[in-house]
Design a protein around this ligand. Structure first.
Ligand SMILES: *Cc1c(COP(=O)(O)O)cnc(C)c1O
Length: 403
């Protein structure tokens, strides 16, 4: 039997020291994220893009490049292979006719966090974890709570009181132990880090403090390339909070190049943030390798309200080494983009995704995009999670009224 996974070991993202992948790991001895490595030579002998094309339309189609060793441990709700939509009318309006959107609003739980959760929970179960614990800005907690329920393990979640209310309900309905914290995600993280020390069997699954969430998110990169016929777009824009998605897409691209599945230049990666919380953008333009938390982080794009990301240096490396850039847009701009896109294309996206759409317009205006590129924006979630982003002021009619 060929192996289900070609997982080999874990590398420290700072000093490349090697760590065992088959015991439970958090961060490296340096406190840095661990990156899963595969036997890519073996993988390219085991599977080809043509084989993948004949598999079920979910992210487990890339299982040789995912960390779960035994298929029986896969905890799935049918996530992945989301649409890569053309945006002809809105693209033309922005002067970027080659604009497309990877629409993650269609995954279980309504945000792309389900990708990290399906792989992270599956691998946790495989390694004997009986409960996951995490701080969240809402969407990750909701997803991990649902996948934990599906796996039959416990979930302990802490989120800021300001996180989208619907995500509380998702945690509660799935039976998670949920706490609201009067503070930011870092404050929730401190409570969780303490709690896991007193709960045997629990794993701290905070952003980049376990290695496998990133592996789930990297499938966005594989899918974009597969959906374009194993070709890269020129530019990918990603709404960056903890940065897992953009680090992961970059990792996927490097893996596909090593597998021989893509050739030529990699896409330029663009980290998009909101001006109310833009530490990565600031660090990028200051030429720094690490970010400084803003004093009063605040934006309607709650999923990207991350003042200090553990993987900031990895995001900055992904952006710089791909020839990309980093850009911040205001809440007013991203909300305007959300409305304009819905009117042009009929798709209600989350404010984080809308930040990327707004950024496309600004990069075209500044000339960073010349309008000939194939551009992919990530819409990381459904607008339905954020009902309050759209005010409704319409008349109520008496019965029998004529309009
Ligand atoms: C978590 C989240 C993000 C940011 O994701 P990272 O990969 O951690 O940067 C963006 N959009 C939405 C909707 C999110 O929930």
């Amino acid at each position: 039997m060929p192996p289900y996974s070609t997982l080999s070991h874990l590398d420290c993202s700072r000093d490349a020291s090697r760590h065992d992948a088959d015991t439970l790991q958090g961060t490296s001895t340096l406190g840095a994220p661990l990156l899963a490595r595969y036997d890519l030579e073996r993988a390219s002998a085991l599977v080809t893009p043509a084989d993948i094309a004949s598999r079920a339309p979910d992210l487990w189609r890339y299982h040789e490049l995912l960390p779960v060793r035994d298929e029986r441990h896969v905890v799935t709700l049918g996530e992945g292979m989301t649409p890569l939509l053309d945006l002809p009318r809105h693209g033309a309006r922005l002067g970027v006719p080659g604009l497309r959107m990877k629409d993650e609003g269609l995954v279980p739980t309504g945000a792309f966090k389900a990708r990290g959760a399906t792989v992270g929970v599956s691998r946790a179960v495989e390694l004997g974890v009986t409960g996951i614990a995490m701080p969240t800005n809402g969407n990750a907690g909701a997803a991990w709570a649902c996948y934990a329920a599906r796996a039959g393990i416990d979930a302990l979640i802490a989120m800021p009181v300001d996180a989208p209310v619907i995500t509380r309900r998702e945690c509660v309905v799935a039976g998670a132990e949920l706490y609201l914290v009067d503070g930011l995600i870092g404050d929730a993280g401190a409570i969780i880090a303490d709690a896991v020390t007193r709960r045997p069997g629990f794993q701290d699954t905070s952003t980049l403090r376990e290695p496998y969430r990133l592996e789930g998110k990297k499938t966005m990169g594989y899918e974009i390339v597969e959906q374009l016929g194993w070709r890269c777009p020129d530019v990918i824009l990603y709404p960056t909070g903890g940065g897992v998605g953009i680090i992961a897409i970059h990792k996927a691209l490097l893996e596909m190049r090593e597998l021989g599945w893509i050739t030529g230049p990699l896409p330029r990666l663009v980290a998009v943030q909101a001006t109310g919380c833009a530490p990565i953008v600031d660090a990028f333009h200051a030429g720094l390798d690490a970010s400084t938390p803003p004093a009063d982080p605040r934006t309607v794009a709650f999923g990207i309200t991350v003042p200090k990301a553990l993987g900031d240096f990895l995001v900055l490396d992904a952006v710089r080494s791909s020839g990309g850039t980093a850009i911040a847009v205001t809440d007013a701009e991203l909300l305007a983009a959300q409305g304009a896109l819905a009117r042009d294309e009929g798709t209600w996206i989350c404010p984080e995704g809308a930040a990327c759409v707004a950024a496309v317009g600004q990069l075209r205006e500044s000339g960073w995009l010349d309008g000939t590129e194939d551009v992919v924006v990530l819409n990381t979630g459904s607008g339905l999670i954020y009902p309050d982003t759209v005010p409704v002021e319409v008349p109520t009619l008496p019965r029998g009224a004529v309009v």
